[in-house]
Design a protein. Structure first.
Length: 161
């Protein structure tokens, strides 16, 4: 039986993410790999990475599912986490699939994500999306997540003068 918990705000995304990673028993130097859309997913990856900074894990960002373009994510004083250097040898203990990959007009199919996951047996698979994107795209029928964090950004209020 699946456990569903409701949470709120940015801490409601970051705390459960960190808690899940900690429960998986990852140790200093273990690798987590985020797969997402450059530009739109990157800030969220950096935010998730910042929540894990004290765990001293090796964190990596892969644009789309092109592992040859992987970049290490590192902490920069007075800035936060940033994708920095590559190439990287991938040996993930956890794989994070960002919801932007499932958005319309993104050149990634659920089957490509499943194939990437299959290249790294034993890695925990975590989905992070907003506004039920994986569900809307039909990915939940193809991609099996060990943990899914699905946040809402609604309403969005804009005030101008």
């Amino acid at each position: 039986m699946a456990t569903k918990v409701l949470s709120h705000g940015v801490p409601g995304i970051l705390r459960p993410f960190r808690e899940y990673i900690e429960k998986k028993g990852l140790k200093k130097g273990d690798q987590i790999v985020y797969y997402g859309v450059p530009g739109t997913c990157t800030p969220f990856v950096e935010l998730l990475g910042f929540a894990l900074r004290s765990l001293e894990l090796e964190q990596v960002f892969v644009p789309f599912v092109d592992e040859s373009r992987a970049k290490k994510i590192g902490h920069i004083d007075d800035v936060g986490m940033q994708a920095r250097t590559g190439p990287v040898t991938l040996k993930p203990k956890a794989i994070i699939i960002m919801g932007g990959l499932s958005m319309p007009n993104v050149p990634v199919k659920a089957e490509q994500v499943t194939a990437v996951i299959g290249k790294h047996p034993g890695a925990a698979v975590i989905g992070v999306c907003f506004m039920h994107m994986f569900e809307k795209a039909g990915w939940l029928n193809t991609v099996s997540f060990d943990c899914l964090i699905d946040a809402n950004i609604d309403p969005v209020e804009i005030t101008t003068k």
